[in-house]
Design a binder for this molecule. Sequence first.
Ligand SMILES: [Zn+2]
Length: 77
Amino acid sequence: MGKIKETEVTCKACGAVSYYGKQDAIQNLGKQMQNVGKDLTCCGCCSVLPNKKTVDLSKCPQCGSRAITKTTIEHEV
Ligand SMILES: [Zn+2]
């Protein structure tokens, strides 16, 4: 038994509703930090590699609008 916290993101532009678990947010943060490190130490050869797609919690994944509302919800497990 336990609880899982999720972030519910509702887009005001297109009405899409997305859910992000706590794990997603942590992974997203880690990827962003890795990208920053890559930029700082880039030797030129790694710039040809495509950046991994990261989840941007500050905008709608459907239409890219930043007109979103975030709500934290809890699930009983
Ligand atoms: Zn949208």
